[in-house]
Design a protein around this ligand. Structure first.
Ligand SMILES: [Zn+2]
Length: 92
């Protein structure tokens, strides 16, 4: 199995993702995994969903996902129409 530096076991990954979402409610996360055949990084299209298997867009191999990471994206969710904070999270 290819494990890219930074990939976490699924249990740790979900724990970290939960912590991020709890502390940063405007965050949207997309889970990623490393293809076990060709080693390319793949991300799932749907936010917050980590599947048990993922198909590689490069080589079509299906990886049984045991480790992974996520992309953290910011949105305007939780902001009013002027883009001001409505829910008191900090932004740096
Ligand atoms: Zn692949």
């Amino acid at each position: 199995m290819v494990r890219e530096r930074g990939d976490l076991p699924v249990a740790e990954l979900l724990e970290l993702a939960n912590r991020v979402i709890t502390n940063l409610p405007s965050a949207v996360i997309y889970f990623k995994f490393t293809c076990e055949k060709c080693g390319s990084r793949q991300a799932f299209d749907k936010p917050y969903l980590l599947y048990s298997h993922g198909r590689c867009e490069e080589c079509n191999h299906i990886t049984n996902i045991k480790t992974g990471g996520f992309i953290l994206a910011a949105t305007y969710r939780g902001m009013d129409w002027r883009g001001e904070k409505r829910i008191g999270q900090e932004r740096n």
